[in-house]
Write a protein that binds this ligand. Structure first.
Ligand SMILES: C[S@@+](CC[C@H](N)C(=O)[O-])C[C@H]1O[C@@H](n2cnc3c(N)ncnc32)[C@H](O)[C@@H]1O
Length: 231
């Protein structure tokens, strides 16, 4: 089936009914937690130009790398557990990059321990969102993003809140935004419609309805700018 045409999103509610655009896939749609590629495409169209250097410090299945190649941007993808050979092994809390050299950063981190990404003990996805250590470690990732970006340049952080019937609700989005806003200027906050399969599954919908809780219907996309002068 042909995928819908890509277009630049013009409101703060972003929606596109497919994981990928065009004839080929970007990243791997079977990778649990892969980012829908139109989100990265939209950010690159607005905040970068051809030949700019883009970094994804938690690159997963490589979606950012593929979108950068499609759009003629230079790219470096890192992950604690590289999924393919063009992703470098590195910890997002200590990137092998000089200060202030990067034009744009995209990051889609683990949302607490909602997905088992790998056995690597340094995976931030081992830390539950209802424990403070998740936010302490994410603060280090955000600090690194700030360090590697050129002043005046942009980053996008894509994240979802956490809910568990026993543990309750954790507003991951608000908490990470608080951390981001200590260093960065806010450009905008986007709500991205989720098209996860579980959202349309009858048993999940029934459990939410009967249990009086909500399934996660949107992700936050925080678009931030590194100020030209330190905050
Ligand atoms: C939500 S996934 C990223 C999905 C990716 N954007 C894609 O489209 O496939 C989060 C990634 O963070 C990685 N990760 C977790 N802790 C990390 C760390 N300390 N340093 C680097 N990567 C880490 C995981 O291995 C996982 O691949």
């Amino acid at each position: 089936m042909p995928k819908p045409k890509l277009h630049r999103q013009v409101t703060t509610l972003w929606d596109y009914p497919s994981q990928n655009y065009g004839k080929e896939d970007q990243g791997d749609k079977n990778y649990k937690g892969a980012t829908p590629s139109y989100i990265i495409w939209n950010l690159l169209m607005r905040y970068t130009k051809e030949k700019d250097l883009v970094v994804d410090p938690m690159c997963g299945s490589g979606t950012t790398i593929d979108v950068c190649r499609d759009t003629n941007r230079r790219v470096l993808g890192y992950d604690i557990n590289p999924f393919r050979s063009d992703i470098f092994r590195a910890d997002a809390r200590k990137l092998p990059l000089e200060d202030g050299k990067v034009d744009f950063v995209f990051v889609d981190p683990p949302y607490g321990d909602n997905i088992d990404y790998s056995d690597n003990p340094n995976c931030i996805g081992k830390l539950p969102a209802y424990e403070e250590s998740y936010f302490t470690e994410m603060e280090k990732v955000i600090g690194e993003i700030y360090r590697i970006l050129k002043p005046g340049k942009y980053m996008g952080l894509y994240v979802c809140d956490y809910f568990d019937k026993k543990k309750g609700f954790v507003p991951i989005g608000f908490r990470l935004y608080q951390i981001l806003s200590l260093r960065f200027e806010t450009v905008d906050i986007i709500s991205v419609v989720r098209h996860n399969k579980t959202l349309s599954m009858g048993n999940y919908r029934k459990a939410a309805d009967e249990g009086n809780f909500y399934l996660r219907g949107f992700n936050y996309l925080f678009i931030m700018k590194k100020p030209k002068v330190r905050k």
